[in-house]
Design a protein around this ligand. Structure first.
Ligand code: MN
Length: 420
């Protein structure tokens, strides 16, 4: 599919993340104004709420953009999703009358907010290279857990701490067992890390088990996702029930929802498997996307350096397979359910999606320009995830998924046990 040209000239530039083919969905505000639904187009935002109010956008089920989140469009269902895209494309396409011009706002002057109400958050572990490298770090061999090739491994995370790009992330306090120590201690995490992931957003609710094909149709769109992880807290707490406080501090998502329809031309095979999964998890068609991903790190006040590049094709379980598996228990899924893919890593040292892997558990520090090194994140570090699918003369981008690490709070005297 070629570039669909827009009368918003900046949307037609080859390096622009938001051409008319994308129509990414966000929630923005200007000055002291209320947050509202907007659609990214070039370096502008279409005030979709105002366009709907003015009658330029009209969905059969009635208004659904008069709220500062996109869940109501999700709940209107896949026919409405397609209808919405058709209508906005018609408004902004080259040659259209410019009736939408009064509703364009410069992106540069807008604040971006969480684009949807996150109803629940589940994080998976679908990156095979990540799982294998972590296994090598922890156990000295590239042996995947025995269930890994059979089941999309996941855990129930926290929707309450999902934040939008730009939100500071405070280093967590927690209980850890320092290396060689006999008893645990309580204090700031010393092995705080990021995880490069793709987040899938469920748009259609379900009751009971759904197939992989049905699950795919339920997915509204995707965001970039940073699953901040305290490795020292995780290492002590995770057996036998999996991660808990290590992953509960924050999960940062990119500010724009890229609808599944925009990624359709980039559908791709994931990683090869030795054997097919059980019949219920077999996918009727490839469920992955050819999305180039990168991680950049900027020390406090310093320039950013790209420290990893990889691809969303480095996954073995698709979001649809994960969602199908999620429903096998009868677990209801809701509009606004967020599913993290799991850390995405390639096979080479410069393609690893977290510092745990990039530094082999902290044993091989990562060199930054100017002589600085990192084993894990330091206070003041900003981590920026980026991603785009490259089309013929255009690209589908997500916008930056960034967060800066702030110092941990002081441990209160009562928590130290030395209160007078
Ligand atoms: Mn994760």
């Amino acid at each position: 599919m070629p570039l669909v040209k827009s009368w918003v000239a900046s949307a037609n530039a080859p390096g622009c993340d938001f051409p008319l083919n994308n129509l990414a969905l966000g929630v923005f505000s200007v000055g002291d104004g209320e947050p509202r639904c907007g659609v990214a187009i070039g370096d502008m935002i279409l005030d979709a709420a105002a366009a709907e109010e003015a009658g330029l956008i009209g969905l059969p089920g009635g208004p659904c953009l008069d709220v500062p989140f996109w869940n109501e469009l999700m709940e209107a269902g896949p026919v409405a999703w397609a209808d919405f895209r058709t209508q906005v494309t018609a408004l902004l396409a080259e040659g259209a009358d410019r009736a939408a011009a009064p509703f364009l706002v410069p992106m540069a002057g807008a604040a971006l907010h969480l684009p949807f109400l996150v109803s629940e958050y589940t994080d998976f572990y679908a990156g095979r290279n990540h799982a294998a490298t972590v296994s090598r770090i922890m156990r000295g061999a590239d042996s995947l857990p025995p269930n890994w090739l059979h089941i999309p491994i996941g855990y129930n995370g926290r929707a309450s701490s999902v934040v939008v790009s730009g939100t500071p992330v405070v280093r967590p306090l927690g209980q850890t067992l320092p290396q060689g120590a006999e008893a645990p201690v309580f204090g700031p995490s010393r092995r705080f890390d990021y995880e490069l992931e793709l987040g899938a957003i469920v748009g259609t609710p379900s009751q009971g088990m759904v197939s992989v094909a049905e699950a795919e149709a339920m997915i509204f769109g995707y965001v970039l996702l940073n699953d901040w992880s305290a490795r020292d807290i995780q290492g002590w707490e995770y057996q036998p029930l999996g991660p808990f406080q290590a992953k509960a501090t924050a999960t940062t998502i990119s500010p724009w929802i890229v609808m599944a329809a925009a990624l359709e031309p980039f559908r791709a095979e994931g990683q090869p498997r030795e054997f097919p999964p059980l019949p219920y998890l077999r996918a009727p068609r490839p469920g992955f996307y050819d999305i180039a991903l990168s991680v950049a790190l900027a020390p406090d006040g310093g320039a950013e350096t790209v420290i990893a590049r990889t691809s969303a094709r480095e996954l073995t379980w698709s979001a649809a397979q994960q969602l199908c598996h999620h429903t096998t228990s009868g677990c209801p899924m809701n509009a606004g359910d967020l599913l993290g893919s799991g850390t995405i890593s390639g096979t080479t040292p410069d393609s690893r999606g977290c510092l745990l892997e990039a530094t082999m558990g902290g044993r091989e520090p990562l060199a930054l320009p100017g002589g600085a090194t990192r084993t894990f994140l330091e206070d003041g570090d900003t981590v920026i995830l980026r991603g785009h699918a490259q089309g013929d003369g255009y690209r589908i981008g997500f916008g930056d998924c960034a967060g800066q690490v702030m110092p941990a709070p002081a441990v209160p005297a009562w928590a130290r046990g030395d209160a007078a």
